[in-house]
Ligand binder design. Structure first.
Ligand SMILES: Nc1nc2c([nH]c(=O)n2[C@H]2C[C@H](O)[C@@H](COP(=O)(O)OP(=O)(O)OP(=O)(O)O)O2)c(=O)[nH]1
Ligand SMILES: [Mg+2]
Length: 140
């Protein structure tokens, strides 16, 4: 394919992901059954659009999906993962300040999950290193 830099036909997605932390908990949203990696818990976020910086994309996604306004964040980690049907670059940010009350605008269930219990939940396959790093960094 002419437009694909690595000459494969797999989509390459750049995804802005927010870890919204409150004391020893993080906010999770349940992906809809019909979505890629459906019925799994995600950190809210979504695809970076053409011409957007990642932090601008994250701010937009958190507004669209949760109706909160991101006011401060810092880079946390990046994960490149090859799913059979698409490759993703997860650009993960720690959200350190926001305004508003998170709401599942798109009807998605939300939960504040204890960081120490994250390993008991089902996440997209790419997320394992995020869970490991959160537990390493924020649990005793
Ligand atoms: N938001 C999010 N996406 C993740 C995580 N882990 C993971 O593998 N992904 C993958 C699943 C999807 O393939 C991709 C996100 O794409 P998406 O289609 O859900 O993005 P979006 O929010 O822009 O969705 P849409 O508006 O197009 O419906 O990243 C995660 O923790 N959070
Ligand atoms: Mg999304």
């Amino acid at each position: 394919m002419v437009n694909s830099p690595n000459h494969t036909s797999k989509p390459q997605l750049h995804v802005a992901v927010g870890i919204i932390k409150r004391q020893q908990q993080v906010l999770l949203a349940l992906r809809h059954a019909s979505q890629h990696q459906g019925d799994k818990w995600e950190f809210p976020g979504g695809k970076v659009e053409l011409g957007e910086t990642v932090d601008v994309a994250l701010k937009r996604e958190l507004q669209e999906e949760l109706a909160i306004t991101l006011t401060a964040c810092q880079p946390f980690m990046q994960i490149q993962h090859a799913y059979p049907e698409r490759d993703v670059l997860l650009d993960i940010w720690l959200v350190t300040a926001f305004e508003g009350v998170p709401t599942g605008v798109e009807g998605q269930p939300l939960q504040w999950a204890e960081i120490s219990q994250l390993h008991t939940l089902t996440f997209p396959d790419a997320n394992q290193p995020i869970v490991a790093r959160l537990q390493q960094q924020f649990t005793a």
